[in-house]
Design a protein around this ligand. Structure first.
Ligand code: ADP
Ligand code: MG
Length: 317
């Protein structure tokens, strides 16, 4: 099988049909007809085997995740995802692997209205990179910057499940719910594209709430206090781990791909109504204040936590 057959069989008709894709996979480049009077939002993420996912990950999960992690960034920007490009480096032509990878990518793309418009395929170590472009109404975009003292801090879904799932996969034990949460993250696209007018700042949680909320606070030049009892934990996580350990996974574990948002007080009711209309749990976990840094309370008292999320270069000098 040639590289061209591979592209035709697995990547030429992937994702939603969109009338704004004038030319997709097959020519030297894609030709797009972007919406008028909107800004474009561009994101990219790479997954490397044995760094971002274990070798035992099913191909369907790798395809799903590499798109989902990008859609999560688009959601955090308050944008609507539209077009994806894929750079695929694979060690050999394994048809079963490619078919499953393409199916996983396709499922996630169709669900969120995204089309695969092009890419590149090379032989090498297993590394997948996706670039997604989305669009957002002018002035409706959301940044990490913009949170103000008094804003309420919300997070979607539950935290820590994916980190527990990854741990379970590497050990070869553990609950299938947690493993699924790692393998098939659910980017909060429906909320992201509608939250712009209601939130003052947002970030997606990829490296652990502690670290990612820290980035939002730094960009906004504010601080925050988070109530540890309010961290949203799944029943599976809290029934399989001691409270301290579950809290540690929720704060410092990565790969959740939930959203963390600052919401001005006056928008809280509308924001909660929006989350319900997206069938999404959103938990208020704390408040922005003007003292820089991230602080925690437990049982009403200050509680020190050493927040360390995932940092690929943390061991470098
Ligand atoms: P060129 O040699 O001109 O760069 P390629 O042979 O790499 O072209 O690609 C041919 C077409 O297939 C292009 O439209 C490209 O975007 C698309 N393509 C290649 N690899 C992928 C992939 N993994 N996923 C989606 N489209 C791909
Ligand atoms: Mg060319």
């Amino acid at each position: 099988m040639s590289e061209f057959d591979l592209i035709r069989d697995y990547f030429s008709d992937v994702g939603a049909r969109r009338s704004d894709v004038l030319v997709g996979v097959g020519d030297d480049g894609a030709l797009l007809d972007p919406p008028e009077s909107q800004n474009l939002v561009s994101v990219m993420d790479t997954l490397v085997e044995s760094v971002h996912f274990p070798r035992t990950s099913p191909a369907r999960s790798v395809g799903h995740r590499v798109l989902a992690v990008n859609l999560s960034d688009i959601a955090a920007m308050g944008a609507t995802p539209a077009w994806a490009s894929l750079s695929l480096s694979v060690p050999h032509l394994d048809h079963d692997w490619l078919a499953d990878f393409s199916a996983g990518f396709s499922e996630c793309a169709e669900l969120h209205g995204v089309t695969l418009i092009g890419g590149d395929t090379v032989s090498g170590p297993l590394i997948v990179t996706v670039h997604v472009t989305g669009h957002v109404e002018r002035d409706n975009h959301v940044l990490r910057k913009g949170a103000k003292p008094g804003d309420q801090i919300y997070v979607t879904g539950t935290l820590g499940d994916a980190a527990a799932g990854l741990r379970a996969m590497t050990r070869g034990d553990g609950h299938s719910f947690l493993i699924e949460r790692f393998l098939y993250p659910n980017p909060r696209v429906a909320l992201g594209k509608r939250m712009g007018p209601l939130v003052s700042a947002a970030i997606d949680i990829s490296d652990g709430l502690g670290q990612d909320l820290g980035h939002l606070l730094q960009a906004s030049e504010v601080g925050a206090t988070v109530t540890l009892e309010k961290l949203p934990l799944s029943t599976v996580l809290s029934s399989n781990f001691k409270p301290e350990e579950a809290r540690y996974l929720a704060l410092c574990g990565g790969d959740d791909y939930e959203l963390c948002m600052a919401v001005p007080r006056g928008n809280v009711d509308d924001f909660e109504a929006l989350c319900s209309s997206c069938f999404l749990r959103a938990q208020r976990i704390g408040k922005i204040d003007s003292t820089s840094g991230l602080r925690f309370t437990l049982k009403g008292k200050a509680h020190a936590v050493n927040v360390q999320g995932h940092d690929h270069f943390s061991s470098d000098a």
